[in-house]
Structures are given as structure tokens and as C-alpha cells.
Design a protein around this ligand. Sequence first.
Ligand SMILES: Nc1ncnc2c1ncn2[C@@H]1O[C@H](COP(=O)(O)OP(=O)(O)OP(=O)(O)O)[C@@H](O)[C@H]1O
Length: 346
Amino acid sequence: MLKVEKLVKHYPLGGGIFNRDPLVVRAVEDVSFSVGAGETLCIVGESGCGKSTVARLLMRLVDPTNGRVLLEGTDIASLKKNELRNWRRRMQMVFQDPYSSLNPRLTAAQIITEPVENFERLGHRKRQALAAELLQKVGLAPEIMHRLPSELSGGQRQRLAIARALSLKPSIIIADEAVSALDVSVQAQILNLLMDLQEQTGIAFVFISHDLGVVEHIGHRVAVMYLGRIVELAPCEALFTKPVHPYTEALIAAAPVPDPTRVRLEAPVEGEVPSPINPPSGCAFHPRCPFAVERCRTTVPPSVPMADGRVVACHVRAPSAEFPGRQEMAGSAQLASVAGPHGSVL
Ligand SMILES: Nc1ncnc2c1ncn2[C@@H]1O[C@H](COP(=O)(O)OP(=O)(O)OP(=O)(O)O)[C@@H](O)[C@H]1O
């Protein structure tokens, strides 16, 4: 359904000595993935690793420096203004803070029917019926139809934001930290709601979160980002039970999940994520990696497909063969055979 090919986003900052060497934030570097119908792809990583920029690129809220986003085979960069408007019906977004993303002056009914009214004029009766249907879909009582966002709880507001996203019957929803601002019990309710909706409608989700507990609950596959790049992309269970990239291992080790059966690093990696303005050479993780070898300092590791369906970019844990052509062919054959129920591979 959604395919992202070698996506790059650099933000020029200007400056540099005599403006000869302008500074650039390398927010997203060479990111590729795909999402199938009915699938949830999670994107995780520390703050500043480029997750939200990927979301903005998917929604075409910013243009890529390079690379392509294909929705059902159409390159979204090729769409003209009126085509883009129609295309936006198929891809919707839910943000972290429903309070700031919902118009405080509109009632719940107006908020959730507004996207449809941008395309067709609804009379009073149709609007009420649509609002009632959408509220029911997200588990809200019809009585709240006339309330303002300020009269609702955080969980109710996020349900409302989901109802609004669903109003145009999209085939995919991009959820950027959609449950991060909620209490744990409300988080679980919203995650279960999203999973139920997916089962009923076959909708796909790109679910962005820094919370591994949330990701483990909802994800089918997980992409781990570090400094703008995907370092590991794996089926959810495989990622959590047997992380391959040292950064994935470190993230899982640092996550507060009391599971004694889980493989853990003895200590999470030290240090902070370097600046994306001047990232380290080679593998950007090498200054923090306990396993780094010389090659990690000089060469960006390629994404290597592995037998269990994951793709890992690490010279040490997923070395590419001396003859990369042969390795890639073997990897693709294995990948195709383990594509899984959702049918999508990188
Ligand atoms: N408009 C912009 N201009 C310049 N730099 C930007 C812009 N937007 C994002 N960045 C930078 O790009 C990098 C990636 O930011 P992004 O918001 O995508 O990360 P993130 O993983 O979503 O972080 P968080 O979890 O904190 O939201 C950061 O270094 C950020 O400062």
C-alpha cells in the first residue's frame, strides 16, 4: 500500500564560513520501507532521530530532498494540487496532543465531520448521523456530540481525533506519538481501539513512538531509527526477543519492561545521540557502540536482509558479503519466503 524509497530530508540552516559550507541538518537519510494493508509498522528511536520528519514526508507536509513516497503505486510528489487534495483522503494523521490539534471553538460533531464537509456539503441531518456513527466507532457516547474539546478528557479527545481521521475512510493513518500524552490505562484503551478498527476495516498504521512497551503491543513490524537512518527493521516479536543491531539491543535494555525472559544487554549504551548537523563518519552509532571495528568508522553499513525477514545495517552483526550482488540475491530469496501474513517486505 505504502512504499518509501531512499527518502532523504536535509534542512539547510545557512551559515558556515563565508557561506561556502552551509550547515545542513541531516534529519532523514536513505530511509526505505513498505507498509501493507492491515499492517502496523512502528517507527522507534530516541528524540531527534527523524521519526516525525518521516511522518511529515509521508503526509507531504514537507518535500523530500531526495527519494520517493508511493501510495498505492502513485508517487505523491507527482500529484498536482487538486489531486493531492483527493489523495489526502486516503492518508490521515493523528498527532500527540489532541488538544492543540482540535479546534477549541468547534463542537465534537463539527470537528469529526469537518473533513467530509471539505469535500461535500452535508445537511444538518446527515452531519448528525455521520457524527453519531463516527463517535460510536471510537467508543464515545453520542451525548458528547455537542461538547467542546475543553469539556472532554484527554482520552476522549484522542478518540475524537481518531474519529476525525477515520471520517474520510482512509486506507492508512500516520499516528505520531498518538498515545504518549495519555495515562497508561487510557493508552491501553486507545491502542486496543486502533487494533479493533484495523481488524474491522483493514486500515494500515504507521505508528511512531519512543515507547517500546506501546510498540510491542501494537506493532507487526518495527523500524528502529538512529540519527536519520533505519538501523534495523524486523517483525515485532523477532525484534523484541532477539534484537540484532547493538542500538536495538541497547534501546530494549533501557526500556522499563519487567520481562525476565527477554534477552538483555547488561548495561545500555552510554552517551547521547550526536548532532545530525555533523554526524559521525561511517556508521553513525559507532562512537557509542561497544562492538565497533575500524570499518564502522569509515563506511556506512548497507541494509542487509536476513533469513528471518529482518533487515539490519551493521558491519559486525550483519556483515555484507565480499560480493554484495550475490548476498543481496540470497537475501531477497529468503525474504520472499518469509514475507508473512501482511505480505510486505522492505
Ligand atoms: N524545520 C526544521 N528545520 C531544521 N531542523 C529540523 C526541522 N525539523 C526537524 N529538524 C531537526 O531534524 C532532526 C529530526 O527531528 P524529528 O522531529 O524528525 O525527530 P524525532 O525523532 O521525531 O524527535 P522527537 O521524538 O523529539 O519528536 C532533529 O535534529 C530536529 O532538530
